[in-house]
Design a protein around this ligand. Structure first.
Ligand SMILES: O=C(O)CCC(=O)C(=O)O
Ligand SMILES: [Fe+2]
Length: 219
């Protein structure tokens, strides 16, 4: 059981229950230590093993609308498929989360896409929403962080704003194993620059957006 739980760590269903309650009450959830440590470690090891050329500069939009906008974001990304053991275990964990949330909250989540992200020192992602034109079927965003030993002075916080008017937001340090989940269309957010490399996985659950009998075409 390579990515299982040791005796006194909470089970996935306990964590999923807490996330579901948060989503029901607030529309977002911030849970430290929610990702099993063995899975966080495996994802971090795997991310370090991916060669630089497999990472791409991140852009905005998809298909013909895709643009690289340095002004908006400066991270590098690598999409996750199930080919690696760590990637498969992550997709398994998020699939279980999806099933749990669909049962509890009737969200109708259908598919999931996710990528590793690397923010070099000074990199950022300006305030944005995750669901925009052509991607209105992104329903739920999930982010987890892979940064053992992160200090407050390292910066790199996610700032989650309650709505378009909120200019203060809630700051979340990108601590190893912290999981943040929020409704993609409701919460503007940004990533502040850090003084060290910042590693994460960002993903999105979508409802079924089938077009022309192509089932929920991916990005
Ligand atoms: O890394 C984070 O904290 C958030 C990343 C993000 O907002 C995104 O990739 O859309
Ligand atoms: Fe985002």
């Amino acid at each position: 059981m390579p990515f299982g739980h040791s005796g006194d760590t909470p089970t996935d269903d306990t964590i999923f229950g807490l996330i579901a309650n948060d989503l029901e009450q607030k529309g977002y959830s911030i849970r430290h230590g929610a990702l099993p440590l063995s899975l966080s470690n495996a994802l971090l090891d795997y991310q370090h093993s991916i060669s630089q050329k497999q990472f791409e500069e991140a852009g905005i939009g998809r298909g013909d609308d895709f643009v690289k906008t340095e002004f908006v974001r400066k991270d590098e990304i690598c999409w996750i498929n199930g080919d690696s053991e760590a990637g498969a275990a992550w997709l398994d964990w998020t699939s279980n989360l999806k099933t749990f949330l669909n049962r509890r909250l009737f969200l109708g989540l259908f598919s999931f896409e996710s990528h590793f992200a690397h923010y070099a020192p000074g990199a950022y992602y300006k305030r944005h929403l995750d669901a925009f034109r052509g991607e209105a079927n992104r329903v739920l965003s999930v982010v987890t962080y892979l940064n053992p030993g992160w200090q407050n002075a390292d910066g790199g916080e996610l700032v989650l704003y309650q709505d378009e008017q909120d200019m203060t937001g809630i700051k979340v340090a990108p601590l190893h194993g912290t999981v943040v989940v929020f409704l993609s269309e409701e919460f503007p957010h940004e990533v502040l620059p850090a003084t060290r490399d910042r590693y994460s996985v960002a993903g999105w659950f979508r409802v079924n957006g089938s077009i022309d009998n192509r089932i929920d075409p991916p990005r």
